[in-house]
Write a protein that binds this ligand. Structure first.
Ligand code: NAI
Length: 270
């Protein structure tokens, strides 16, 4: 059901790789709510992904940008403002990748070149995106910037590997940049801490299948889906959440505040 919550709003959506991607579902929901946007992803993902299909469906243009490149991001922001016909109201950062995870390196056996690259893509890129928007004065007042994160930033999940540290950094950047963006441009910055979700990035985590089931059994409302995450993001882009900023918002069916559930306990009692 659509409510025209984003009618007349313009933005950029990073990270739609395929129809499982959280960014893909968000693009579809933003479109339904009347928002217009440019889609972007790393040039390599353009070749592998199905982003053109999404662009057609939502009447959007695609501008490739590697989130580790200032030049690419500068071009993306300038071109998006031109294409969309004005400054931006919303930006979704939905980017994550650990080279250590991909190459099977344990947390206690990191290759630091891999760590550096993964941090650059998954964490520092959020600062880079915001600094590009800030310097170009590309955001409208009362605009909204959202990045996606995971609870391994607060609590240890051994197989989440160095992405836990990357997410802790990402959440800190949201608070720090949120201060400056709020003071100077009246723009809000938040992170959504999402349940485990079966996407390309999610399934890269070792033991994902067991883990997603465990999270589901622990959460009173069950795991939040990618589509539900898209719905929540729409509310954060809308004018209904104007004073929510510098927050890490758990969107996890209650997992983060649950000590143990009956379903999980049942596995340990007769
Ligand atoms: P996904 O694999 O569909 O999306 C990750 C995206 O990052 C891809 O589109 C990929 O092309 C993009 N990317 C990688 N390197 C890039 C670069 N250098 N420049 C620009 N883009 C680049 O997976 P998903 O799950 O939709 O991930 C989106 C976000 O949600 C990530 O930040 C992820 O950590 C976060 N998240 C995912 C959860 C899950 O269980 N799937 C749980 C909580 C948070």
């Amino acid at each position: 059901m659509a409510y025209d919550l984003l009618k007349g709003k313009r933005g950029i959506i990073f990270g739609a790789l395929d129809s499982n991607s959280i960014a893909w579902k968000t693009a579809e929901r933003v479109h339904e709510e009347g928002g217009k946007f440019v889609l972007t992803n790393a040039p390599i993902a353009m070749r592998m992904g199905q982003i053109k299909e999404l662009a057609q469906k939502t009447g959007s243009e695609i501008i490739p940008a590697d989130a580790t490149s200032e030049d690419d991001l500068g071009n993306l922001v300038n071109e998006s403002v031109k294409i969309l016909g004005g400054k931006l109201d919303f930006v979704l950062h939905s980017i994550g990748m650990s080279v250590n995870v991909r190459k099977g390196r344990a947390y206690t056996d990191q290759n630091y070149d891999f760590s550096h690259k993964g941090w650059d893509i998954s964490a520092l890129s959020f600062h880079r995106v915001m600094q590009t928007l800030f310097k170009a004065d590309a955001m409208n007042e009362w605009g909204s910037i959202v990045a996606l994160t995971y609870m391994a930033a607060q609590r240890t999940f051994p197989d989440y590997n160095d992405m836990a540290d990357n997410k802790a950094y990402l959440e800190s950047v949201a608070r720090s940049f949120g201060y400056f963006f709020g003071k100077e441009k009246k723009v809000r910055v938040n992170t959504i801490s999402q349940s485990p979700t079966p996407t390309t990035a999610g399934q890269g985590v070792k033991g994902f299948d067991g883990f997603i089931t465990y999270a589901d059994k622990m959460s009173p409302l069950g795991n939040a889906t990618a589509l539900e995450c898209a719905d929540y993001t729409v509310t954060l882009f809308s004018d209904l959440t104007k004073k929510v900023t510098m927050q890490n918002l758990f969107h996890d069916g209650g997992f983060s505040n649950t000590g143990v559930s009956k379903e999980v306990m049942d596995n340990f009692t007769e």
